[in-house]
Design a protein around this ligand. Structure first.
Ligand code: FAD
Length: 537
């Protein structure tokens, strides 16, 4: 059953009345990936998420589907190879959400990367990740590098590496993976929090759950319980009394968004900072975003904050690499902070801890998956499903390698043709045709459904049809869900958010029954959020 927010009651009824093969706790990319793999293998699947889908780390990453060049530096070759190969799989299955992106790695006189080691490293990176043809890395000399990116610190540049990565929209990727799972029969719902695990003969057999929207209680029963709660995995393990020496180590990573005119780079750049860390600057939709930091974290997991210190660090790094740029705190239009759920390694600094993943099984049978990356979600799911199949003594093959995500295309080359079609339709309806790119790279082929909704309703703005679609098909229950995790407008188009929020009120009124008080409450919440994104302590 798909997660239509107007049908929450029915979905909850289904969740509490059926006995499932697998209950997944956590609606980030890890949980979503497991749900998809499991349902395709023929298991009955329930998934619950205590916030909105992807509201944890899975909407707060650098938004790259990448092999992780930095792991090469740490000689984590397995992660580089696995995730490197996964990039092509993710692209093939969802070309609207995962797009090739060239990355420039500048080499500087006092930087930590030498010419030969970078050339070798990128060559190995390409080999491990199976990169072919024109996408293979190129080494550029000083002149070529400065032609490509004139803003770089001229006197320090000695050359650069130019190589292939992929970019994505992390929250939308999570949501489309989950939608694909629900389309195939999984039952998933957001704003359902696991309050406690339940047991039969010392074996975990389900969970008592609170509907965060209504405070009502329900319970779900399943043969296998999977803890895919990212930064929260140890809380669930503690409930299960199975916390051992293997623990989660949280580090915080911050990103800042400035107008592209303030940092008008021509392509994505991955540069090193004097403390040995690496930072991305990525142009996107008229903005440039910069990140990330990597600091130990022990605070509130739900709402990690960007501090003044984080902002100073990133702005200093950028201003140093691009000397004609003098970014100041007031230039920051938006920001986000995310928590990396890493597996603790004694004595290691945040940046040195492995980004690998691990599956833990407790005596009660609770399966926990921790660590990992957005990029490797499919392989993480495979590990969990292999374990479940082993426990059941059955063989069921993983088929997600060739599973197109909802909205995807048979072949990536169909995307530009479809984009042209959508441009034609928008022109006919007297809309700005640049919206085609926006819509197709968020919803893929589901753009047709949004245009159809617009036609069939008495709407005055396209964004109303978009919200209508996301309430009915993507579990949106409030403005924040829509503006942060379905459209990322709160990150990359913050200037239009309040005006559009106003336009959306009739849609929320019609579909979710909002009255004047609820609408006012939501407007106040959005204003507070907007303020939080640019005020740093
Ligand atoms: P989450 O996304 O946090 O999902 C766990 C979910 O469980 C949460 O939504 C939470 O609300 C829910 N939950 C918790 N407790 C309960 C409960 N009791 N009941 C119900 N639900 C519950 N990876 C890449 O591949 N590329 C990148 O560019 C990249 N950049 C990154 C940059 C930063 C700054 C960070 C922090 C990470 C980055 N990563 C990147 C890593 C990647 O984002 C994470 O590995 C991934 O998102 C983790 O997903 P998850 O599903 O395990 O956790």
């Amino acid at each position: 059953m798909a997660y239509n927010s107007t049908k929450r009651k029915e979905i909850i009824e289904k969740l509490s009345s059926q006995h499932f093969d697998i209950l997944i706790i956590g609606g980030g990319i890890t949980g979503a990936g497991i749900a998809l793999d499991a349902v395709i293998r023929g298991f009955t699947v329930a998934l619950v998420e205590m916030q909105d889908f992807a509201a944890g780390t899975s909407s707060r990453s650098t938004k790259l589907v990448h092999g992780g060049l930095r792991y090469l530096k740490n000689f984590e070759l397995d992660i580089v190879r696995e995730t490197g190969l996964e990039r092509a799989v993710a692209y093939r299955n969802a070309p609207h959400l995962v797009r090739p992106e060239k990355m420039l790695l500048p080499l500087t006189k006092d930087g930590s990367y030498g010419k030969w080691s970078t050339s070798f490293g990128l060559w190995l990176y390409d080999i491990l990740a199976g990169v072919k043809g024109l996408d293979k890395r190129k080494m550029l000399n000083r002149k070529q590098t400065l032609e490509k990116e004139p803003l770089l610190r001229d006197e320090e540049i000695t050359g650069s590496g130019y190589y292939a990565e992929y970019r994505t929209d992390d929250a939308r990727l999570t949501i489309e993976v989950l939608k694909t799972a629900t389309e195939k029969g999984a039952t998933a719902l957001n704003y359902l929090k696991v309050d406690e695990l339940t047991y039969e003969s010392d074996q975990v057999s389900g969970a008592n759950i609170i509907d965060v929207m209504t405070n009502e209680k329900l319970s779900i029963q399943a043969d296998y319980i999977v803890n895919a709660t990212g930064p929260w995995v140890d809380l669930i393990r503690a409930q299960d009394i199975s916390l051992n020496e293997k623990r989660i180590h949280l580090t915080k990573g911050v990103h800042l968004v400035v107008d592209h005119e303030k940092l008008p780079i021509g392509q994505s750049i991955y540069f090193d900072v004097s403390d040995g860390r690496m930072i991305f600057a990525i142009p996107r939709e008229g903005k440039t975003y910069i990140g990330t930091t990597d600091t130990n974290y022990n605070g509130d997991k739900t709402n990690p904050k960007v501090t003044k210190q984080d902002v100073d660090y990133l702005l200093k790094a950028v201003n140093n690499m691009f000397p004609s740029i003098t970014l100041q705190m007031k230039d920051v239009e938006s920001s986000w902070a995310g928590l990396r759920p890493l597996i603790h390694e004694e004595g290691k600094d945040p940046s040195e801890i492995s980004r690998g993943d691990e599956v833990f099984e407790s005596d009660s049978g609770l399966i926990t998956i921790a660590g990992g990356k957005l990029t490797g979600y499919r392989l993480m799911a495979k590990k969990v499903l292999r374990l479940i199949c082993d426990r059941k003594g059955i063989t069921r093959k993983c088929k997600t390698r060739r599973t197109r995500l909802v909205g995807g295309f048979q072949k990536p080359k169909e995307l530009p043709i479809y984009l042209k079609e959508v441009e034609g339709k928008l022109k006919e309806a007297h809309f700005d045709i640049s919206k085609a790119f926006y819509l197709v790279h968020r919803y893929g082929k589901q753009t047709d459904q949004i245009l159809q909704i617009y036609k069939e309703n008495d709407f005055t703005h396209l964004v109303q049809a978009e919200a209508y679609f996301t309430i009915q098909h993507e579990g949106v229950v409030c403005l924040e869900d829509f503006f942060v995790r379905r459209t990322s407008k709160l990150l990359f188009d913050i200037g239009h958010v309040m005006e559009e929020a106003e336009q959306l009120m009739p849609v929320f009124e019609e579909l979710l029954g909002w009255d004047k008080d609820r609408a006012e409450e939501e407007t106040t919440k959005m204003k507070r959020l907007l303020n939080e994104l640019t005020s740093f302590e």
